[in-house]
Design a protein around this ligand. Structure first.
Ligand SMILES: [Zn+2]
Ligand SMILES: [Zn+2]
Length: 1093
C-alpha cells in the first residue's frame, strides 16, 4: 500500500528529471507515462488551493530546508566533502536541534531520486579530502567541522555521504541511463545557489502534495507511509557490518542467537510461530515424519583393522548401517549395485570401503568415482584422501581429480600413476575414451566404477551418458577387463533398477532401498500467504517473498540454520536484498553477517568460500537456487524454506531433504506463490506426497544421439558386428548408412567427424557465450584498474539482467553503466537504490522451414517437423519497489536469436471459428493444449513450447504482434537434440495407428494421451494433472481446459461435442485477438508426406 502512494508520486517526479521523456516516445507499447506526467504538472498548479499539511510534514520540511541550504552551500564550494557527519553538524547548527539518521532516511524515502544517502568507498572521497586542505573557512564555518570527522574514518573503507543526486544534463540517450554522480557540481554564483535552493524546495512540496493525495485515495496515514518506507533507506556500511557484528557478539547484547545445541525444538518453534501477531492461519498443512532409529548391518567379509581404524579416526564410523552393509556385500559377491535412499545416509562409504579393501589386496587396482559437478568431485576427493591417508599401508595412495581444470602437464602423471580418479562424464567422453591407449594400465586394472547422484542423469544428458558407458564398457572389454563392478547412489527414484540398467547397460543388479541410517523427526509445512484483505479476495495474497523472508528471519533468530531455495537467480538476489534491508532495520547485523546468497553465476572462488563458511558452521542462513540442490556438502541445516513450489516434485523432495541431521529434528516449509501451480498444492497438499517421483527417462533409441556416439566409438576402436551387443538394434543400420566400412569389415568414423568425433557431441547442450560482469565502482576511469569481476553469465541471462537498469549481487544493488555486446562486458557501479528492475521482453517461436511432413491417419491434418527460429527481445524494464511499478523504461537491445528444431501442427480455420463463436480465447486454448501434450511426453524437460503471457493476452488495446494459431514444440537444447524429433515420430506415428491398436504401442500417442487425460480429469478449469504444468514459464495464467479439448478433438478429427458448451454471450472483437490463422511454412524442396504406417 505504501508503495502505491510513493509509486504515484514517483512517476511524475521521474519525468521531471527528464529521464524517460525521450525514451517513452521512441518505441514499444504505449504506457501511461504521459498521463502521469500531466497529473504531476496539474498538481503543481493546484498548489495555491492546497489544504494545510499535517504537522509531521511541516517538521520534515523544516529539516529539508536546512539540509537544502547546507548542501547548496557545499555545492557552491565544491571542495567540501558532503559526508554525513559534516552535513549533520551544519544542519544541526542551523536547526538548533539534533538531526538523526531516521529523519534523513525519511527524506530519502520521500525523494529517493533527489537525495543521495549512502556509503561510498572512501577512496572516492579522497579527491575531495585532498583539495579541502586548501579551502578557506566557509560562511557557515562555525557549523562546519570537517577536519575531525574526516580523520575519523581512516580505518573504514566506506564513508556515509549525504548529498543531492545530480543528473548529468547530457545523459538522456537511451543506451546511457543517467548514473548518479557523486562529483560535486561546478561552483555556482550566489544567484545560482538561491535558484537551486528554490527548485529543490519546490520538489519537496510537490512530493508531499502528491503523497498526501495518494494517501487520501487509498485511506492510508501519510506519516506512516513515509516512516515505513524510510526503513529501506537506512544505509548499511558494507565495511563495518563485520566489525559491528563481532563487537555485538563479545559485548553485552540484548539479542543472542541460540547455538545449534541450545536451540529449541522445531515443534516448540512452530507452536510459538502460531502465536505471533503476524500469524494469520498461513499453515494450511503440516505433516510430521517420525524419527527413525538406526538399523545396523553385518558384513560378510570385514574390512581390515587398518581400514576400520581409518574410518573411526576420520569419520567416526565403527559399524555399518544396513543399506551400507548390504551394498558392500553385494559388490563383494560380484553384483552391480544401486542404492536409492534418502539424502545424507552415508552413501559414499558404500563404494569407498570396497575400493580400499581391493587396494589392500592388490595395489595395482584402480577405481573411478564420477560426480555430476566439479565442485562435488573436489569435495569428495578431499574426504576420500583423508580416509586413505589415515589407513596404514595406503597412506601414499595416488588419488586425483581429473577434470577440465586439471593442468595439461599433470595429466600424463595421473594417467600413469593414479589409483583412484574423481571425474565426470564429460571427461570420460572427451578426454579418457578418445585417448584410451594412454589409459590402458588404468582401465585394465579397474575394479570399481562408482557414480554418485545417478538421478541427475536423465533426459538427453542421461541418453548421452548411457552411450558413453557403453563405449566405456566396450573399451574395457577390449583391453581385457570384463570384471569391473558398477555401483551408484541416487536419491529416492521410482525405478532404480531400470535406471541403472539404462545408464550402464548391465544386468545382474542388486537394488538397495532400505535406509538403515537414523533420522530425526521432520515437519513438512505448507505456508500459504494470507489474503491482503479477507473481505476482498480479489486484492490477492500478501507477498510470498516477504512471508518467506520473515519466516527465515524468525528461524535464524531462534538459532535454526536455514536454507531458502528460490527458483531463479533473480529471486534469489531479491530475497537476499530483502533480508539485508529487514535485518538492518531491525538492527540485527549479527545475523545479517551470517547470511549469504549462493547461486550459479558466482565465481568459483566465491562459491567455494561460501560453501566453506556454511560447512564450517559460520553461516546461519543461505539463500540459494537449485545450484545447491545437488549434494555439495554445506554441513547440516535445520530448516529449508522453498520460496514457491520448485519446478517438480523430485526437486521439491531433493530440496526438503537438505535439512536434517541424524539425531535432530528438522523443518521444511513450502511458501506458496499465488500461481495456479502453487495454489493447486494448497488445495491438494496430498498430491505433494502421493505423487511418485517423475520417472527418469533415458532414450536409447534416439538415432541422432546413437549415431554421434558410434562415430566416437569407431574412432576409439574400429567397430565390428559384435559391437551390436552394446548399442542395440539400430547399430547395423546406422553403421551401414553413416560410417565407413573397410575391406575387413571394420567400421570407421565418417571422415566429416574427424579428427575428433567427440568434439562434435555436446553432452550438456550447446554452450552459450558468456558475458563478464565487472564492478567498476572503485575504478576512476571505468577501466580495468580497481575493477572487480563479479560474475560471468550466459548470453541469454546477460540479456535479461545486464540491461542498463539494476543488477543485484549478494543482495547489493548495482547500476549497470555500460553494456558492450561486442566485447561481452557489462560494467556496473555499486549504488544503493531502493528499487529493483524487471525486464520486459517477448519471445517469438517461429517455424521457419519444414523438413518433414506426416499425415495424421483418420484426420485430414498434417504435422510438421523442421527448423524453428527463436527470437527474444528485451524492450525495456519496469522499475519496481516490491510489486509496485515506479517507472517504465524502454531500451534498445539486440535481439537474441537462436535456431533449433521443432515440430508443430496448425489449428484449422474452422476450429478457430468455432472457438470464436463459443467465446473461447484461442491463445488460452492453444497454450492449454500445448501443456496437455507436454504433460504426456516423457522427455518433456528437453522440449519447450511457446508459453502465453497474461500481460500480453489480456491487454486492453489491440495486439500488434499476432501469433499464428499453432501448437509448437522445440528442442530446448538447440540443434543436435533429439527430443522434438522423438515427439514428432512417436507422438504422431503411433497416433495414426491409434485407431487400430494404440494401447499396445510403447511410445503411445501424445495427442491422444493428452485428450484422454484431460477428458478424464475431473477438475473444472484445468489443473496440473491435465492442462497446466508446474514448469510453465508464465505460471499457467493463460489457460482454458474447454479450449484445449476443442483443439485436441478437432486435430484428431473427432466430434467436438459443442452442444455441451454454451454459446458466447458476446463476440470477441477480432481486433483484440492475439492469434491469427497460421500460414503454411516453406518446405524444403522435394519432401513428401510420409506415410502413416
Ligand atoms: Zn506455459
Ligand atoms: Zn485437470
Amino acid at each position: 500500500m505504501s508503495g502505491n502512494a510513493r509509486g504515484k508520486r514517483k512517476k511524475g517526479e521521474t519525468s521531471k528529471t527528464g529521464r524517460d521523456e525521450d525514451a517513452s516516445g521512441s518505441q514499444g507499447p504505449p504506457v501511461k507515462k504521459a498521463r502521469s506526467t500531466s497529473v504531476a504538472k496539474d498538481k503543481g498548479k493546484e498548489k495555491a488551493t492546497k489544504t494545510p499539511w499535517p504537522e509531521y510534514f511541516n517538521e520534515l520540511y523544516k529539516i529539508f530546508k536546512a539540509l537544502n541550504t547546507v548542501l547548496a552551500f557545499c555545492s557552491s564550494r565544491k571542495q567540501l566533502a558532503t559526508t554525513f557527519p559534516v552535513v549533520r553538524s551544519s544542519v544541526e547548527a542551523l536547526l538548533k536541534q539534533p538531526l538523526d539518521l531516521q529523519k534523513v532516511a525519511e527524506l530519502k524515502a520521500l525523494l529517493p531520486d533527489v537525495i543521495k544517502f549512502a556509503y561510498i568507498p572512501q577512496n572516492e572521497l579522497r579527491v575531495h579530502e585532498s583539495s579541502q586542505k586548501r579551502s578557506k573557512s566557509p560562511d557557515y564555518g562555525s557549523a562546519l567541522t570537517p577536519r575531525r570527522e574526516l580523520q575519523g574514518f581512516d580505518d573504514n573503507e566506506h564513508v556515509l555521504v549525504l548529498d543531492f543526486i545530480e543528473v548529468k544534463p547530457k545523459a538522456k540517450k537511451l543506451e546511457r541511463l543517467p548514473v548518479e554522480t557523486l562529483i560535486p557540481s561546478p561552483a555556482l554564483t550566489p544567484a545560482g545557489v538561491k535558484k537551486l535552493i528554490e527548485i529543490r524546495n519546490q520538489r519537496f512540496e510537490t512530493a508531499v502534495e502528491e503523497l498526501l493525495q495518494a494517501a487520501a485515495e487509498c485511506g492510508e496515514t501519510p506519516d506512516f507511509l513515509v516512516q515505513g518506507a524510510a526503513r529501506e533507506h537506512i544505509p548499511v556500511n558494507p565495511s563495518t557490518i563485520k566489525a559491528l557484528a563481532s563487537t555485538s557478539q563479545t559485548g553485552p547484547t540484548q539479542h543472542k542467537v541460540p547455538s545449534p545445541e541450545e536451540r529449541r525444538s522445531i515443534s516448540e518453534i512452530i507452536e510459538e510461530l502460531q502465536n505471533l501477531d503476524w500469524y494469520k492461519e498461513q499453515i494450511i498443512s503440516r505433516r510430521t515424519t517420525e524419527a527413525r532409529e538406526p538399523t545396523l548391518g553385518h558384513l560378510d567379509t570385514s574390512p581390515s583393522e587398518n581400514i576400520m581404524k581409518a574410518l573411526e579416526a576420520t569419520r567416526n564410523i565403527d559399524s555399518f548401517y544396513s543399506h551400507q552393509a548390504e551394498a558392500i556385500n553385494s559388490l563383494a559377491k560380484g553384483s552391480h549395485v544401486i542404492v536409492s535412499t534418502s539424502t545424507a545416509s552415508g552413501k559414499s562409504v558404500i563404494y569407498q570401503v570396497p575400493v580400499l579393501m581391493q587396494l589392500e589386496r592388490d595395489r595395482h587396482a584402480t577405481a573411478i568415482f564420477v560426480y555430476p559437478t566439479k565442485a562435488l568431485a573436489q569435495d569428495q576427493k578431499v574426504a576420500f584422501q583423508q580416509l586413505a591417508s589415515a589407513c596404514v599401508g595406503l597412506e601414499d595412495l595416488q588419488v586425483h581429480t581429473y577434470d577440465g581444470d586439471t593442468p595439461q602437464d599433470q595429466r600424463a602423471g595421473i594417467r600413469d600413476n593414479a589409483s583412484v580418479i574423481f571425474t565426470n562424464f564429460d571427461m570420460i567422453h572427451a578426454s579418457i575414451l578418445p585417448h584410451e591407449d594412454n589409459w590402458r594400465r588404468f582401465l585394465k586394472n579397474l575394479k570399481i566404477f562408482a557414480v554418485d547422484e545417478l538421478h541427475y542423469y536423465t533426459g538427453l544428458l542421461g541418453s548421452h551418458v548411457a552411450f558413453i558407458m557403453r563405449r566405456f564398457r566396450r573399451v574395457c572389454a577390449a583391453v581385457g577387463n570384463r570384471h569391473a563392478r558398477f555401483v551408484s547412489c541416487s536419491a529416492t527414484i521410482s525405478n532404480p533398477r531400470q535406471h541403472m540398467k539404462n545408464i550402464f547397460g548391465v544386468d545382474d543388479i542388486d537394488v538397495i532401498t532400505n535406509d538403515g541410517a537414523p533420522s530425526g523427526p521432520k515437519d513438512f509445512v505448507i505456508w500459504n500467504p494470507p489474503l491482503v484483505d479477507l473481505a476482498e479476495p480479489s486484492l490477492g495474497r500478501e507477498s510470498t517473498m516477504l512471508q518467506a523472508t520473515a519466516l527465515m528471519r524468525y528461524l535464524m533468530k531462534n538459532g535454526i540454520r536455514t536454507i531458502m531455495f528460490c527458483k531463479i537467480r533473480k529471486v534469489c538476489e531479491l530475497a537476499m536484498k530483502t533480508l539485508r534491508t529487514e535485518l538492518t532495520s531491525e538492527g540485527r547485523l549479527d545475523i545479517l553477517e551470517k547470511v549469504m546468497a549462493y547461486r550459479g553465476g558466482y565465481s568459483q572462488s566465491d562459491r567455494r568460500r561460501i560453501e566453506r563458511e556454511a560447512f564450517g558452521g559460520h553461516l546461519l542462513g543461505i539463500v540459494a537456487t537449485n545450484a545447491l540442490e545437488l549434494g555439495v556438502d554445506i554441513g547440516t541445516l535445520d530448516a529449508v524454506i522453498m520460496l514457491g513450489f520448485p519446478f517438480n516434485v523430485a526437486s521439491m523432495r531433493q530440496q526438503s531433504g537438505r535439512a536434517g541431521r541424524r539425531s535432530r529434528d528438522a523443518l521444511a516449509i513450502l511458501v506458496t506463490d499465488s500461481t495456479p501451480t502453487d495454489q493447486h498444492y494448497v488445495q491438494y497438499p496430498d498430491d505433494l506426497f502421493s505423487a511418485r517421483s517423475d520417472d527418469l527417462v533415458v532414450e536409447l533409441e534416439g538415432r541422432a544421439v546413437l549415431e554421434s556416439h558410434l562415430q566416437c566409438a569407431a574412432h576409439e576402436m574400429p567397430l565390428s558386428d559384435e559391437d551390436a551387443q552394446y548399442f542395440g538394434e539400430l547399430f547395423h543400420p546406422i553403421c551401414e548408412s553413416q560410417l565407413v566400412r573397410d575391406k575387413q569389415g571394420w567400421y570407421h568414423p565418417n571422415p566429416k567427424f574427424l579428427p575428433h568425433p567427440a568434439k562434435h557431441v555436446s553432452i550438456r547442450g550447446v554452450e552459450e557465450e558468456r558475458y563478464t560482469v565487472i564492478d567498476v565502482t572503485n575504478s576512476q576511469t571505468g577501466g580495468a584498474a580497481g575493477s572487480k569481476i563479479l560474475e560471468e553469465i550466459e548470453f541469454s541471462r546477460a540479456l535479461f539482467e545486464t540491461y542498463e537498469g539494476g543488477f543485484i549481487h549478494q543482495g547489493l544493488t548495482y547500476i549497470v553503466r555500460e553494456v558492450s555486446h561486442d566485447d561481452r562486458i557489462a560494467k556496473l557501479v555499486r549504488s544503493d537504490v531502493n528499487w529493483t528492475t524487471k525486464p520486459r521482453d517477448f519471445t517469438d517461436i517461429d517455424a521457419a522451414q519444414t523438413y518433414r511432413i506426416k499425415c495424421v491417419q483418420g484426420s485430414p491434418y498434417h504435422t510438421y517437423y523442421g527448423r524453428v527460429e527463436i527470437q527474444t527481445i528485451v524492450f525495456g524494464f519496469f522499475k519496481l519497489r516490491g510489486s509496485q511499478i515506479l517507472d517504465t523504461v524502454f531500451l534498445e537491445t539486440p535481439p537474441f536469436h537462436r535456431e533449433t528444431m521443432g515440430w508443430w501442427v496448425d489449428i484449422p480455420r474452422n476450429t478457430l471459428n468455432v472457438m470464436r463463436s463459443k467465446g473461447i480465447n484461442a491463445a488460452e486454448a492453444i497454450h492449454a493444449a500445448e501443456h496437455a501434450i507436454m504433460n504426456c511426453f516423457a522427455m518433456q524437460q528437453d522440449i519447450k513450447t511457446e508459453c502465453k503471457v497474461a500481460a500480453k493476452e489480456y491487454r486492453r488495446d489491440p495486439s500488434e504482434r499476432k501469433r499464428p494459431a499453432r501448437l509448437i514444440f522445440y528442442d530446448a537444447q538447440g540443434q543436435g537434440s533429439v527430443a522434438a524429433a522423438r515427439a514428432f515420430d512417436h507422438g504422431w506415428s503411433s497416433l495414426s495407428s491409434f485407431f487400430c491398436n494404440y494401447k499396445q504401442l510403447p511410445g503411445s500417442a501424445l495427442m491422444q494421451d493428452a485428450l484422454e487425460r484431460t477428458e478424464a480429469c475431473d477438475c473444472e478449469n484445468g489443473c496440473l494433472r491435465c492442462t497446466k504444468s508446474t514448469w510453465c514459464k508464465e505460471g499457467n495464467e493463460v489457460s482454458s481446459k474447454v479450449g484445449a479439448l476443442i483443439v485436441l478433438r478437432s486435430l484428431l478429427d473427432l466430434p467436438l461435442r459443442l452442444d455441451e458448451i454454451p454459446d458466447a454471450p458476446y463476440l470477441i472483437d477480432p481486433l483484440m485477438e492475439t492469434v491469427v490463422e497460421a500460414t503454411q511454412v516453406r518446405a524444403l524442396d522435394d519432401i513428401e508426406v510420409e506415410p502413416t504406417t
